[in-house]
Design a protein. Structure first.
Length: 552
């Protein structure tokens, strides 16, 4: 009679931070600023004294909310995760490295409800952040093939059906991106008397999700077409409430924009004195109506791409074409006239915002009429759809760490080699403390990068600074820059397309000096508004190298 051989039982395995460095079952995160931090970390892991020294390098910086904060490489800070694997048996001996099949680290994002998401790929395509519920939970293996292998029954027909079902399921094909965990060299583990792993914690990434960008999963609740936030953001005409228009019955003039937005001492040449006086007076009804009209045009052209979009704005364009704007009856007219709202708004945008010349006269309607409830609802829906499409085009594909204020956790795993033909067994750590990632512009305590400037008073030195960068200047810009500086500062410069192109050479250190001087001028000016100079500019004197002290 044949009997099945029972596999030799192994002790359960536990993983977590190195036990004499942090008594937690989660990865230990170090913060290093030295260049050879991996080599120095491995050297310190050999001894108890070295590991005690590493404890002082544990990541401890917190943000204003008291949450752990990691930094980016641009801030010259690096983060290393350490774990140890040991047997859950009397004496807690370390596991034999030969038993390890592989190890990895998972960096997961927490959604608004604190639920973990993994950075996923499927069939060679990045799918971005996806809920771990799609894998079956946070403890499922990130490798799709291993998940399927563990479901195998040993019956060929059933296993083929399982494989076919997995291939047809988008969730079954998802794989969570794994950060490599490396087994410490044998001599390091031997000296430490531990089985240690280390891995670099990424805080930047060039990965871009291939999923279409959107306003977010809860966008309909926060900024959907029926929310107060979205409705109140719209100008009156787009809310369907009706909106007065300036200078009704008069021909549109491009100078209205300049007079309203950038008033000068003299009126633009194409507007009347009465119009100029009305637009200069912020309390006049025409001035207020002009501001609302310009906002209407900006929203339609900028936020909703109503005039240059494709099929994504077809519904919005159809609604605007169905709206008729009443025109003022001119002398001798008795039959009411109207203009299609879309045509008027498109022409007004070209004339007022884009400063384009039109071959026809555009007459200002008397009012943008109020709409009935059903049309208002359709208009809001069409506007929201157009804005969502515009957002997707502007936002582009989402990066791994693009979400400001996102929280993340680290979780490590070790796969043990298969026993008696079984699939490799995965052992998990607990989640690390949640952390955020500092924005690139935040300071991390590292000394600032020094940029020596040449001495602008040393003419002999300046003569040696030959041009090392050149700009190709088109005729229009050359014509502008070749005029009088005083005219240019007063906004009287002129451009033209006639003339020659130029190539102008400059020296980058000299450009840096100019930029430094301009920076200090503008810092002083903006300090009147923000009061920031005390925090962002620190100057410390020091003796010039090579100079003898006075009397020396």
């Amino acid at each position: 009679m044949l009997t099945r051989t029972q596999p030799h039982p192994h002790h359960p395995v536990l993983i977590g931070a190195p036990r004499d460095m942090l008594a937690q079952r989660c990865p230990l995160i170090l913060q290093r600023s030295d260049e050879d931090f991996i080599e120095s970390t491995l050297a310190d892991l050999r001894s108890a004294a070295g590991r005690a020294q590493l404890q002082s390098l544990r990541a401890r910086t917190v943000d204003a909310k008291g949450q752990l904060k990691l930094f980016q490489p641009i801030q010259r800070q690096f983060h290393l995760a350490l774990i140890e694997a040991w047997c859950d048996a009397p004496g807690a001996p370390r596991i034999a490295p030969a038993r390890v099949h592989s190890a990895g680290l998972l960096l997961r994002r927490l959604d608004a409800g604190g639920r973990p998401e993994g950075w996923m790929k499927s069939q060679g395509r990045l799918r971005g952040w996806q809920s771990l519920a799609r894998l079956g939970g946070a403890g499922r293996d990130p490798d799709a093939a291993l998940r399927l292998e563990r479901r195998a029954t040993g019956v060929a027909a059933i296993d083929r059906q399982l494989a076919a079902s997995a291939a047809a399921s988008a969730d079954e094909a998802l794989e969570e991106q794994v950060i490599p965990l490396y087994l410490a060299p044998p001599d390091v583990n031997a000296d430490a008397g531990k089985t240690l792993f280390y891995g670099l914690v990424p805080t930047v990434s060039g990965d871009l999700s291939e999923a279409a960008p959107s306003l977010g999963d809860d966008a309909d609740q926060r900024f959907g077409p029926d929310t107060a936030a979205f409705t109140q953001h719209l100008v009156e005409a787009l809310r369907g409430e009706g909106q007065s228009l300036p200078f009704a019955g008069q021909a549109l003039r491009s100078g209205w924009f300049d007079a309203s937005e950038m008033p000068a001492d003299l009126p633009p040449p194409d507007i009347t004195t009465a119009q100029w006086n009305a637009l200069k007076d912020p309390g006049s009804s025409d001035a207020r109506a002009m501001q609302r009209l310009l906002l209407l045009l900006r929203q339609l052209s900028g936020e909703f791409n109503a005039f240059d979009g494709g099929k994504e704005v077809a519904a919005l364009q159809a609604l605007l074409r169905a709206i008729r704007l009443p025109l003022v009856l001119q002398d001798g007219e008795k039959v009411a006239r109207t203009v299609v709202a879309f045509d008027f708004l498109r022409d007004a945008t070209d004339l007022l915002l884009a400063k384009e010349s039109l071959p026809r006269t555009v007459e200002m309607p008397s009012v943008f009429p109020a709409l009935d409830a059903a049309t208002r609802q359709r208009l809001k829906t069409a506007l929201h759809a157009a804005m969502s499409a515009r957002f997707s085009a502007m936002k582009g594909r989402a990066g791994r760490f693009d979400e400001p204020g996102a929280r993340y956790v680290l979780r490590a795993f070790v796969r043990l080699k298969s026993e008696c033909g079984q699939a490799p067994r995965t052992v998990w750590s607990e989640d690390s403390e949640p952390f955020g990632i500092a924005a690139w512009y935040e300071g991390a305590g590292a000394p600032p990068v020094q940029i020596p400037l040449p001495d602008a008073s040393d003419r002999s030195l300046l003569k040696q600074l030959k041009p090392n960068v050149a700009f190709v200047v088109p005729p229009s810009m050359q014509n502008l820059l070749s005029g009088k500086t005083k005219d240019l500062m007063e906004g009287k410069g002129s451009v033209g397309t006639a003339g020659l192109s130029w190539i102008c050479g400059f020296n980058i250190p000299i450009i840096t000096i100019c930029a430094f001087i301009v920076l200090n001028i503008f810092l002083t000016l903006f300090n009147l508004i923000f009061g920031w100079l005390f925090f962002i500019k620190i100057c410390i004197p020091f003796p010039k190298i090579g100079n003898k002290p006075p009397g020396g």
